[in-house]
Design a protein around this ligand. Structure first.
Ligand SMILES: *Cc1c(COP(=O)(O)O)cnc(C)c1O
Length: 403
């Protein structure tokens, strides 16, 4: 056995989270490093979804809105996500997609910012949907949109800045941005900070309340394992809720939704972020999936995530022939999320070969191999195997060294 294989065994033996893996449906022959795109299925979820479909829908039918807690599920599930993002209850509501929630958050922030503030700053390397939505929100609100790197945000801020939309972790490189520092800079300029937590929630502590974040959004099908297309969440800081003027004021966010009034009166609290009828099947699959977190402190997840990515980088260095891949992910812990991105010539073909050999990551155009490390179900032996197979695949493909 190689030195790295025995190192992996020791790390697995000392891993306090190792037992969680059996709560997920994962084949023994696959190393799943794509939980940052679609989290694995928790083993108890199918049974719970079956109950929702057969009993709650099939037998109780309309009564379930009340008796099965369907109507209040968006806030209830929001309160279960809240501790994972460092939020006290009553500030997170679940529903719609991340894209839609970005729209609500950015437009509402511009409306809060008020007269004279007519510029939106957006992370220039953002996940595309955030950029598209910010552009449309800017046009609709008469703002200018300015793409800047997160590092440029402090110098780009001014007395015309209304809102800054940032990603906590960059989806391509895995770089973790300085949420406390950037939020403080945004506030010092009198603007509002909207954070997209898609690649951080469930992988590392976020501290929304602690750091005074104004608004945040995130998806639940990545590190929260909610299932394909499970609904996203919206955080509105408690002090701002009375001023949160939603650009999508549907009947679900009305103070008296069943009053069927022709005039809109917004509800108080996180409910104000709702729009229309919630997607109950997906929402309750997500609620079931969140059970996994009941005994898991997010700090322990973060510690294991850093140990996994450190060990992966060490194994890649040992196994992958010199120069064949280049690491795009920051080495400093304070700047690293829970994934490792490697630049590699022929990355698309390399990833296909990896998947063919049971190592599932993903390919990001044009030359990036992306590996996500979900501490709930990825172990150190998985990491060692992934790097070893990568070394074998890359050595066999005959692609020249990256420039
Ligand atoms: C995954 C991801 C999204 C996805 O948005 P959807 O509306 O769920 O398709 C948005 N933003 C970021 C940063 C993401 O990583």
């Amino acid at each position: 056995m190689s030195e790295l294989m025995s190192a992996a065994q020791e790390l697995d033996a000392a891993d306090g989270l190792a037992g969680l893996r059996q709560r997920f449906v994962l084949g023994d022959d696959v190393v799943y490093l794509d939980g940052n795109s679609l989290g694995a299925l928790p083993a108890h979820v199918p049974g719970r979804v079956e109950d929702v479909v057969r009993r709650q829908w099939g037998e109780l039918r309309i009564r379930s809105w009340e008796e099965s807690g369907w109507w209040t599920a968006p806030e209830r599930v929001g309160d279960r996500i809240a501790p994972l993002v460092g939020a006290a209850p009553g500030q997170v509501v679940v529903g719609d997609s991340t894209s839609v929630n970005v729209f609500k958050a950015v437009v509402a922030a511009v409306r809060m910012a008020g007269e004279g503030r007519d510029e939106i700053l957006v992370d220039a390397s953002t996940f595309p949907t955030d950029g598209y939505i910010a552009e449309s929100a800017a046009r609709m609100t008469g703002c200018a949109l300015r793409p800047v790197t997160p590092a440029e945000v402090p110098s780009a801020l001014g007395d015309r800045t209304a809102v800054v939309l940032l990603n906590h972790v960059d989806y391509r490189t895995g770089r973790l941005h300085d949420l406390p520092g950037l939020t403080a800079a945004v506030h010092a300029a009198g603007a509002y900070a909207v954070w997209d937590l898609c690649h951080s929630a469930g992988a590392l502590p976020v501290g929304l309340d602690e750091h005074g974040v104004d608004l945040a959004v995130g998806c639940t099908y990545k590190y929260l394992n909610g299932g394909p297309g499970s609904p996203a969440y919206l955080y509105v800081r408690e002090e701002l809720q009375d001023r949160f003027d939603s650009p999508l004021p549907g009947w679900n966010s009305h103070a008296e939704p069943f009053g069927m009034a022709s005039a809109y009166t917004p509800a108080a609290g996180a409910v104000r972020g709702r729009v229309g009828t919630p997607d109950i099947l997906s929402l309750l699959a997500l609620e079931a999936a969140l059970d996994v977190w009941e005994t898991v402190p997010v700090e322990a997840v973060r510690a294991k995530s850093l140990a996994l990515t450190d060990f992966f980088l060490r194994c890649v260095e040992a196994y992958v022939p010199g120069g064949r891949v280049g690491n795009l992910t920051p080495v400093a812990h304070a700047e690293r999320g829970s994934q490792v991105a490697l630049r590699c010539d022929g990355a698309g073909d390399v990833m296909k070969a990896l998947i063919g050999r049971g190592v599932v990551g993903d390919f990001r155009h044009p030359d990036v191999l992306r590996f996500g490390f979900t501490p709930l179900y990825v172990g150190f032996a998985d990491v060692e195997r992934a790097a070893r197979v990568l070394g074998e695949v890359v050595a066999g493909t005959g692609h020249p060294h990256p420039a």
